[in-house]
Every structure is written in structure tokens, then in C-alpha cells.
Write a protein that binds this ligand. Structure first.
Ligand code: AMP
Ligand code: ZN
Length: 133
């Protein structure tokens, strides 16, 4: 399978590693949206978050924390936004799960998660809630 992130894991494409463990690799994004913008991937190809096993999900959470600690130690940002684009509708371009770690700096002009989308349902929240019961 042709996958740029699998090529990074295999070493055929170079990367600037931020953190790694047995199962996860974090490296600097080549088109950074912030100083220290890092992407964290499972070393095994996984299309998206939805296909992870429970064990992989736990490992991912720990790897995110470790990568954030490394960025904190090296660049001392004031905060972070952390998340991933899940599937093309969510903005995912590279079809190998990757978590974006955006270091944030006071006054950097960026927004919050709420700036990603503003398209609420026409259905009132209390009506929508009935579907979840
Ligand atoms: P997404 O839009 O969530 O699929 O994000 C893909 C990200 O991967 C983008 O931020 C790209 O800049 C980044 N990216 C693509 N190729 C590479 C590469 N070879 N090394 C580092 N980052 C990359
Ligand atoms: Zn891959």
C-alpha cells in the first residue's frame, strides 16, 4: 500500500522525530501551523481512529501525553490544541491515522476547537437528545 506515513515508519522517507515508543512515532509536521506542530502516528498502518483496538487506543493516549511533554520541555508553549481529522469529511488528507499536536503561544492569533465548524442542527438539542436515550 502506498502510504507516506508508512514510508516514514520504514525509514524510506526521513522525519524529524519528537518522540517514539514501540508502537507510536511523533514527528514535526513539514507544513507547520504552529512552532512545534507535531503529528503522532501508530507505526502500524491504521486508516483512522475508529479501527483501533482498545489496547491501541490506550497506547495512543499515553503516546500523546509523552509527545506533549517532550514538546513542552523543548519549546515551553503556553498551551496546546490536540486532535485529529477523522475521515475526509473531517478534513483527513493522509489516510493513516495521525494526531495533530499544535503547541499554542499566548497571543499567537489562533482559535479554539470551536473555530473548526459552526453548523448546528436545525433540530433543537433537547429533541436530538432523545435519539441518544
Ligand atoms: P491531515 O490533513 O490531517 O491529513 O494532515 C496531514 C498532515 O501531514 C499535514 O499537516 C501535512 O503537512 C503532514 N505531512 C504530510 N507529509 C508529511 C511528511 N513527509 N512529513 C511530515 N509531515 C507531513
Ligand atoms: Zn500507512
Amino acid at each position: 500500500m502506498d502510504c507516506i506515513f508508512c514510508d516514514i515508519v520504514s525509514g524510506s522517507v526521513p522525519n524529524h522525530t519528537v518522540y517514539q515508543d514501540e508502537n507510536f512515532l511523533a514527528f514535526l509536521d513539514i507544513f507547520p501551523h504552529a512552532k512545534g506542530h507535531t503529528v503522532l502516528i501508530p507505526k502500524a498502518h491504521r486508516d483512522n481512529f475508529a479501527v483501533l483496538t482498545d489496547e491501541e487506543t490506550s497506547g495512543l493516549a499515553l503516546a500523546i501525553k509523552k509527545a506533549m511533554e517532550k514538546v513542552q520541555m523543548v519549546l515551553n508553549p503556553d498551551g496546546f490544541n490536540v486532535g485529529w481529522n477523522e475521515d475526509p469529511a473531517g478534513g483527513q488528507v493522509v489516510p493513516h491515522l495521525h494526531v495533530h499536536i499544535f503547541p499554542r503561544y499566548n497571543g499567537d492569533g489562533g482559535g479554539s476547537m470551536h473555530s473548526i465548524i459552526k453548523n448546528p442542527s436545525q433540530t433543537p438539542v433537547n429533541e436530538l437528545a432523545k435519539k441518544f436515550v
